[in-house]
Design a protein around this ligand. Sequence first.
Ligand code: C5P
Length: 240
Amino acid sequence: MKKQTLIYNGKSKQIFATESQNFVIMTYKDDETAYFGVKKSVIPNKGMLNSKISSLIFQYLERNGIHTHYVEQLDNNEQLCRRATTLPLEFIARNVIAGSLSRRLDIEEGTVPEQPIYEICLKSDALRDPMINGYHVVALGLAKEETLTQILKIMQQINSLLTELLKKSHIDLIDFKVEFGFDSEGNLMLIDEISPDTARFWDSESHEHLDRDLFSRDLGDVEIAYKEVLSRLENVLQNG
Ligand code: C5P
């Protein structure tokens, strides 16, 4: 399938229409941003690395019963995906307190809560993705209650599956963000990406960041860390 018109141009990805109504091509950019685009840079090979990492993770989730938009990796930084009707929401799972939650509630980063925490945010750069709750979602018509219930169940499954996969790669899954949409038959599916740009990955032994915080907090070389994540995942998923 070939790229046709550009239908979405985001901070880190572009989405192109294809000759089929039901499929799109998603292209990962090398552009890196933090703090809602206030800090910007270009990281060589980041698009390719995130595309490959997210491909491996989406294929693993599909094999384990999670319906996703992923069809196949095309070029190095391109994927063929099912076209989605998207929900204007972002869902975050947190296994360890970090980032905005640490700041907002003044809890030391690295604190382990008694159970995972699930958050919902309205997807809006202009409003800085404000956190909302399930009542807002249903009352404002952003998603049906049954959809929300289904999503929270899938989030828990994804969290368990990813935690287990990453553990084998000696990575602790601190938190991650996911998005959902509906396929052409109206089935709920996981969309977007799961990569070190959208999740916090800490090395299990050293607790060093292997994620976008390296860029946002000037902690080290993003390309080297993302390459390390890809090679650890390839080792676990492709070499048993
Ligand atoms: O910044 P915060 O601590 O709320 O982020 C929680 C998790 O969600 C992190 O893994 C972050 O990379 C991800 N996230 C994201 N896109 C956003 C907000 C958060 O990928 N717009």
